[in-house]
Design a protein around this ligand. Structure first.
Ligand code: SF4
Length: 401
């Protein structure tokens, strides 16, 4: 199947490619479905209930770039007739909506489903009370934003964008996972991508990034990312984008394989069909014994050459006849210079010549330069180390012409 052009990268697509490019291909090129999982279903249901709950609070005060229709200022909105809280759910309406939104997909047992359902109910009621107390001013919920970040198309669905008391924006991403720490918020590439999306779609400055841990109702806040973090992530996104463009879809087995639904299609896990087992087993066994033989032969070759070399040195000969051919001893010389030693010597000599990469050939040429004073030439020559390597060649003509 032909690979389409690189699609806009979402955080989850980017993370999937980093975890395993082949899994990315299965999901985003072949579009293979994944098995439902209870914790994902739970997260989706909670997100959709929160969207419905928070939407009536939205004040369309942030000024959207390139959207004339949304260019209303906060003052205009406050002067509008529609009350901000129209459509706000009562607690029992919230629970009713939760019940209607519930899905049983992916839970491994009735017990697990009931446990998640109870956690969700408790979490929503506590969050409801908190919303009433805190009275946030969201300017968007579940908003899909797109942008081109220096040539890389990105997109994402942002759970909530709040207006801050100073007139800026705070990005909020809900998390239903069990554990979350401040480090997660500080290091989250997801929040960084959202920051870029909001910066490119809104005129108000992004003042904060928050992972909202729903189970404990704890907002884990971090300041907006600065230039270095933004550039690091842009580089990583560029690598992913280049990998997709060049169809780099090799499997990278690791801890993610345990929850990968595509193991039966993955060459790392697919098994040899029974009809080919015998033939391939014989090939593997042969390969293994050749590898062992190769190692043994290469060690023996080295020790024989060394013994021959010692004998030739003692006798002062370079040619040693065998039964079928003559072994001929050859020498290879190489000079190595330390640039740290060479550069100061040259600078002192005042020789108007720039030193390139300092290859041995370049230094040898310098040594032949007639403008070099004898003392510098001597010291330069001494700064070099000569490496000599002897090796043997076989002359199979054995002296016959
Ligand atoms: S099983 Fe592992 S290596 Fe294979 S596609 Fe899935 S994640 Fe990648």
């Amino acid at each position: 199947m032909a690979v389409p052009p690189v699609p806009p990268l979402s955080y989850s697509s980017y993370r999937t490619y980093l975890e395993c490019p082949l899994r990315w291909k299965f999901l985003y090129v072949d579009r293979l479905p994944e098995e439902p999982r209870g914790y994902f279903t739970f997260g989706r249901v909670i997100h959709s209930v929160l969207e419905e709950l928070v939407r009536p609070l939205v004040v369309p005060s942030a000024r959207r770039i390139n959207e004339a229709e949304s260019q209303r200022t906060l003052d205009e909105w406050q002067g509008a007739e529609r009350p901000v809280h129209a459509g706000w759910m009562a607690r029992d309406e919230l629970l009713d909506f939760y019940d209607r939104s519930w899905s049983s997909d992916g839970y491994v047992s009735k017990e697990e489903e009931a446990r998640y359902r109870a956690i969700g109910k408790d979490l929503l009621l506590r969050y409801y009370d908190l919303l009433v107390q805190e009275h946030p001013q969201p300017v968007a919920v579940e908003e899909h934003l797109e942008a081109r970040w220096d040539g890389i198309p990105i997109h994402g669905y942002i759970d909530r964008i709040d207006r801050t008391p100073t007139g800026g924006l705070e990005i909020v991403d809900y998390k239903t996972s069990r554990e979350l720490s401040h480090d997660d918020a500080r290091d989250s590439d997801q929040l960084t991508i959202y920051q870029v999306l909001v910066q490119q779609n809104y005129t108000e400055p992004v003042e904060g990034l928050t992972l909202y841990h729903l189970r404990t109702l704890k907002p884990l806040r971090s300041p907006p990312r600065q230039a270095t973090a933004l550039s690091d992530l842009h580089n990583r996104l560029g690598m992913v984008s280049d990998g997709i463009r060049s169809e780099g879809f090799d499997p990278t087995p690791g801890r993610y394989c345990a929850r990968c639904d595509f193991r039966s299609r993955c060459p790392e896990f697919r098994t040899v069909p029974p009809s080919d087992e015998v033939r391939l087993r014989a090939l593997v066994d042969r390969f293994e014994s050749l590898r062992l033989e190769e190692g043994r032969l290469s060690a023996e070759l080295k020790s024989t050459a060394e013994e021959l070399h010692r004998a030739a040195e003692e006798l002062g000969v370079h040619r040693v006849p065998g039964t079928r051919s003559v072994a001929v001893r050859r020498k290879e010389e190489a000079w190595q210079y330390s640039l740290d030693t060479i550069r100061p010597l040259l600078e002192k000599s005042g020789l108007p010549r720039a030193l390139g990469t300092g290859t041995p050939e370049e230094i040898r040429q310098l040594l032949r330069d007639p403008r070099l004073d004898p003392e510098t030439r001597r010291r330069l020559a001494e700064a070099g180390a000569r490496r000599v390597k002897w090796y043997w060649q076989l002359d199979e003509s054995n002296g016959k012409s």
